[in-house]
Design a protein around this ligand. Structure first.
Ligand code: ADP
Ligand code: MG
Ligand code: ZN
Length: 645
């Protein structure tokens, strides 16, 4: 019987420590906060649970100990695409790793298992349903297994959105092993239910638990409320050509529409939704991951298992159903830590669309009456919280963090609200008229009827409802309708009114409304300054740049931008030859750093974050040459200009 001896001796020979591995294989100089604690805990032989947001660097937390521990590390991962991605990434970093899942033919599977038995791989990715198969057990029982690392560990929990029954096999598998390996688990889902489930179900023993904050400081958050949504999205893409991004739509129909129009308008886009054939979905996803198209237009079916690190923007063409979904989807931007943008293009219609989704949720049809009512109520509440995200004039990041139970700073300086200049405006008169109109019409009508009444509209509907006789008819004729909406939204946010969740959305008053109507309370709200021309936002500044993923610290000028383009093109070429996604050659962040350092020697190149010995061997020389050629070109140009003057 083969035992993983090779691995053991190989490791002992190397005698590397965690810092050396970090530098040599991954090209980084320092661990991020929490990574080191988690790694040390595992190396101490303790069970370990890491709860960190997307992009925080969870993989390294088990990959580095795996290279230092004696024996094999099994990594459990829910999706084939994730496993492939991780193994390809490790191979790029000069680490032997393999995956065992249903994408392999029986022949390939046996071959991989054979190599594993010879101790070729310190890290093996396994699909959970494989664990307790006779063939795999045979291997596991005769190999020294140092650690079982459970990635996306929230999949064990029925509370999570991605429950996988096969994850329950992990415990069964561990029970069969002669010696219990160290257990580690990682997830980006922060709720208490999920965390408790992970500890209970995986039976973690006195685990070290690390939770880091959920803020993603490199992400810019913006909410845009416009009539011409398509136009806005198109403008955005125009200003961010060449960048990789995702556009999320609420429905398949929207995906088709938006994708079709963008193609006709000459953009490099593809589409993704559950209505397409498996084959087309796979192809479109690959086109996106391999940067063959810049942008993918998708429903929420797209994204789980996408580790593409150079997504520079996530646009929401419509408001998702709750803040959890929003943060998860938006969070797919900027995994590499470089600046990225998350824009939500909101329209009032989105609320109704989502209400319909809640009403007709197929998943709920099987629930009993009472449970279904509770679930629907919870979903309505979440939808409301999501709607308020679109209305609020306070810091957007703060709003999200508070929703997840954290406290922000009230001012992040990197969201559309923090960057808009607001002024306090007394809107009592408008508010009182709105509330009065709702009250005198006996709370029977929806938003449109109320606003039309106040604006004095002469429509058949208004006459039919007799609203032209309402005491408030025409009272706010002079006020632009968008202002009326803003105030109504604000009244909703502050809970003076609410809009019912039924098929016919009706505006109703809360008890608080009487404070304004009867007790003379004043309503003052923050409104964007309109006197000067629209404030020059950071986004406008960014429009001039070719790529907003570039740092804004002044050191990054036109020269660096041009170099970045050159390096990016080289990256695409090399990736094509190696048949891997470009971000796996070097991340956007590594390329930007390279543009600042402009290394000439190998030594200098190795100081760039993300360039380790192994990557250097593969790609270093080519990048050095590219930079040298660029510098030479610059010098020539400089000389030419001098001669010219
Ligand atoms: P997660 O699984 O938590 O979403 P990943 O493990 O995929 O995150 O890592 C996200 C990105 O962060 C990767 O590009 C990775 O190379 C990078 N990264 C991880 N650790 C570090 C570090 N210590 N310094 C710099 N970059 C890092
Ligand atoms: Mg991960
Ligand atoms: Zn902010």
């Amino acid at each position: 019987m083969y035992i993983a001896r090779d691995v053991l001796t190989q490791k002992k020979e190397k005698q590397m420590d965690k810092y050396e591995i970090l530098k040599k294989h991954f090209g980084y100089d320092t661990f991020r906060q929490a990574q080191e604690t988690l790694i040390d805990s595992i190396l101490d032989g303790k069970d370990t649970l890491g709860i960190m947001p997307t992009g925080a660097g969870k993989s390294l937390c088990y990959q580095i100990p795996a290279l230092l521990m004696e024996g094999v590390t099994l990594v459990i991962s829910p999706l084939i695409s994730l496993m492939k991605d991780q193994v390809a990434g490790l191979n790029q970093a000069g680490i032997h790793a393999a995956f065992l899942n249903s994408s392999l033919t029986p022949g390939q599977y046996r071959k991989a298992l054979g190599f594993a038995m010879q101790g070729r791989y310190p890290i093996i990715y396994v699909a959970p349903e494989r664990l307790v198969t006779p063939e795999f057990l045979e291997f596991a029982l005769h190999t020294s297994i140092a650690m079982v690392a459970v990635d996306e560990a929230h999949c064990v929990s029925q509370w999570g959105q991605d429950f996988r029954p096969s994850y329950l096999k992990i415990v069964e598998f561990i029970g069969k092993l002669p010696e219990r390996p160290v257990l580690s688990a990682f997830t980006a889902t922060a709720t208490k239910e999920v965390r408790d489930d992970i500890i209970d179900i995986l039976q973690l023993r006195d685990p070290t638990v690390m939770t880091t904050g959920f803020d993603r400081s490199n992400l810019y958050f913006g909410v845009v409320s416009v009539k011409d949504r398509y136009g806005a999205v198109k403008n955005y893409l125009e200003a961010h050509r060449e960048e990789s991004g995702i556009i999320y739509c609420l429905t398949r129909k929207h995906v088709e529409e938006v994708c079709g129009r963008l193609i006709r308008d000459g953009f490099s886009v593809t589409r993704y939704h559950a209505g397409l054939s498996d084959e087309e979905r796979r192809k479109n996803q690959d086109d996106f991951i391999y940067d063959r198209v810049a942008v993918i237009v998708a429903t929420n079916a797209f994204g789980m298992g996408i580790d593409k690190s150079n997504v520079r923007f996530v646009l929401h063409y419509g408001m998702p159903k709750n803040p959890e979904s929003y943060y998860q989807e938006a969070g797919r931007a900027g995994r590499d830590g470089a600046p990225a943008q998350c824009m939500l293009y909101y329209s009032g219609q989105d609320v109704a669309t989502n209400q319909l989704f809640i009403e007709h949720n197929q998943d709920n049809q099987e629930l009993d009456e009472v449970t279904r009512a509770i679930v629907m109520e919870r979903d309505r509440l979440r939808l409301k919280k999501m709607t308020f995200y679109c209305f609020t004039n306070d810091c957007l990041r703060d709003y999200i963090l508070q929703y997840f139970g954290e406290y922000g700073s009230n001012y992040c300086g990197n969201c559309s609200n923090c960057l808009t200049r607001f002024e306090e405006v007394d809107v009592t008169k408008i508010a009182a008229a709105l509330l009065g109109c709702v009250k005198t019409s006996r709370q029977r009508y929806g938003v449109t009827v109320v606003l039309d009444t106040l604006r004095g509209a002469r429509t058949a509907k208004i006459r039919e409802y007799g609203m032209d006789q309402n005491p408030h008819y025409g009272e706010l004729e002079q006020v632009p309708v968008h202002r009326l909406r803003q105030v109504l939204n604000y009244l909703q946010l502050q809970e003076y009114v609410f809009v019912t969740g039924d098929t016919y959305a009706v505006v109703k008053l809360t008890e608080k409304a009487a404070d304004v109507l009867e007790r003379g309370e004043r309503i003052v709200m923050k409104l964007a300054k309109e006197t000067e021309r629209a404030p020059k936002s950071r986004d406008d500044d960014r429009k001039k740049r070719k790529t907003h993923g570039l740092p804004e610290d002044g050191r990054f000028g036109e020269t660096e931008e041009n170099l970045f383009e050159k390096l990016r093109r080289l990256r695409t070429e090399l990736a094509r030859e190696a048949k891997i996604p470009p971000y796996m050659v070097f991340s956007d962040k590594t390329l930007t750093h390279m543009c600042l350092v402009k290394p000439v020697t190998k030594g200098e190149m190795l100081t760039v974050s993300g360039v380790g010995d192994y990557k250097f061997e593969k790609y270093g020389e080519e990048f050095l040459q590219c930079i040298a050629a660029f510098k030479e070109e610059l010098e020539k140009e400089g000389n030419r200009q001098q001669e010219g003057t």
